[in-house]
Design a protein around this ligand. Structure first.
Ligand code: HEM
Length: 226
């Protein structure tokens, strides 16, 4: 620590990684809340209004969206850096090392589950984000405030896409089951009284958020069959 600055040290990198993870978790709550409005029995009018607000509010578009993009890239790049440094620090595994007994599958496979989420991002951006950016900033098409809900319904009428999304959401759950509670540990939150509550809340967050996304995708798929 003496030679390295806090953010350049291993603890500093873990801290920064945890903070970026917490930031992405707060995005997930907002994103889920916005998308859950597509389940309202109002023919998509709330979802259209929310999507238009999120898509045209300048603070969201020009400040929060770039911050989010940076947060996502930072989180993934730091994950690779941390893994590479850990491997370098301990190239030969301890003879007594028994990973399965000492840690969960989730904690040992954060890079795998994170990689699947990254692949999901590519699919998801091709589905929703790139067409939106193209419409607004390349074609400069006039705004149709009713377009968001039919687009969502159309995307989730494809069973292959819905299956790919559901698989990604299950991996997101596995990623969060370790990541959510570990982020609190990494930022140094350690309190005899509150740590068990934080652990339980993290677990519920890790389960309920992906289940909410699964519900949205599956609901719109079955709705498209009627
Ligand atoms: C059923 C589930 C989901 C639906 C219906 C959905 C819908 C959308 C839509 C419509 C957009 C484009 C917003 C715009 O720019 O106008 C978007 C963007 C995005 N989504 Fe999702 N999403 C879902 C799940 C997820 C999940 C689980 C994640 C993260 C793990 C995620 C991450 C993102 C990101 C990073 C963006 C780009 C930033 C933004 O524009 O907000 N989405 N999503």
């Amino acid at each position: 620590m003496a030679k390295e600055s806090l953010l350049g040290s291993s603890i500093g990198r873990k801290f920064a990684m945890a903070l970026s993870g917490m930031f992405l978790m707060s995005f997930l709550i907002i994103h889920l809340a916005c998308n859950l409005t597509s389940l309202f029995p109002d023919d998509g009018s709330t979802y259209n209004a929310v999507s238009e607000f999120m898509g045209y509010n300048w603070i969201i578009q020009y400040i929060l969206q770039p911050v989010l993009t940076f947060g996502i890239i930072y989180h993934f790049v730091m994950a690779l850096v941390l893994t590479a440094r850990n491997k370098k620090a301990r190239p030969v595994k301890y003879a007594m090392n028994s990973p399965a007994a000492n840690s969960s599958w989730m904690s040992r496979n954060m890079l795998v589950t994170g990689g699947v989420i990254l692949a999901f991002f590519l699919l998801h951006f091709i589905d929703f984000w790139f067409p939106e950016m193209n419409l607004k900033y390349i074609e400069f098409a006039p705004n149709d405030p009713e377009r968001f809900f039919p687009e969502l319904q159309h995307k989730f009428s494809n069973p292959i896409r819905v299956t790919a999304y559901v698989i990604a959401f299950v991996l997101l759950m596995l990623h969060l089951l370790h990541g959510a509670q570990s982020s609190f540990q990494s930022v140094g939150f350690n309190n005899k009284k509150y740590t068990p509550t934080v652990k339980t809340a993290s677990k519920w967050f890790a389960i309920l958020v992906p289940v909410g996304f699964i519900l949205i995708a599956v609901y719109h798929y079955f709705n498209s069959l009627m």
